[in-house]
Design a protein around this ligand. Sequence first.
Ligand SMILES: Cc1ncc(COP(=O)(O)O)c(C=O)c1O
Length: 298
Amino acid sequence: MLQQFDERNRDIKVFIKDKLHHRDEAKVSVFDSSVQGGDAVWEGLRVYPEGVVCLDKHLTRLHESAKTLAFVDIPSKKAIKEAIQKTLDANGMNDEVHIRLTLTRGEKITSGMDPRVNQNGSCLIVLAEWKPLVYDNSSGIKVISTSQRRNAPQFLDSKIHHANLLNNILAKIQANVAGKDAGLMLDERGFVAELNGSNIFMVKEGVIYTPYAHACLPGITRGTVIELCKENNIPIEEADLTLSQLYNADGVFATGTMGELTPIIEIDGRAILDKNELQQKIRSLFKNNIKGYCEKLT
Ligand SMILES: Cc1ncc(COP(=O)(O)O)c(C=O)c1O
């Protein structure tokens, strides 16, 4: 699914470091770490009138990713919430909004990798856009497995939500070339990891399975689905899953803040039915609870 430009976003204001700028003027320096080396961490947030979905969990993951990358001046949760509130207020936004929240290591005094040449403090970017869910969850998506592997901890720990997304982008390019909606990435052992931008679950004989979080982002929506299953006595297991298991599943779905819960109706040309009762139950439990996961900024 190719996202389109939304006219409502033509004049949005973007928060950078400590100020709001019109989108045409919203820029970071060519010396910024994100330009120099993808040296940044990020979160995708979803806004409804009730608040931001799982806000505290997203801010914790941002903090933990930045700590792992040894950022020295990580803004407090309070400061980040204030920046988000300012941005939403400036744009009159409170519903059907996606926020791309990025924290870069900041501007360098000269180009290069060494974080010691970062002497201007980190740079927080709050980019809020009007954006419906990125997938049509009533029709579902088609995916293809890619040759591009997802990072395992011995290369670059997938638990860091960093802005160095090239291996996922290469997987997405493979999916585009094949005319499919997303790339299904395996880990270095050949087990299923995740889609290029969302986590994956399958249903088989009354049990829900999802890959261990060894080589996938431990997604917040993934965590919510696991909790929902536990609260509702639905058997849920983390496991090493193969492509063959997915092809023969009773149902497969993707999870992520950008698309919420999305049925996967085809993998590598094999049709997957979206008729499984348990899958429908989890999707409706999630839909009925989503506003309850929203947290106010102040
Ligand atoms: C690679 C990848 N997997 C999964 C997800 C879904 O995570 P979440 O549910 O926290 O949005 C994302 C979202 O950013 C992602 O980039």
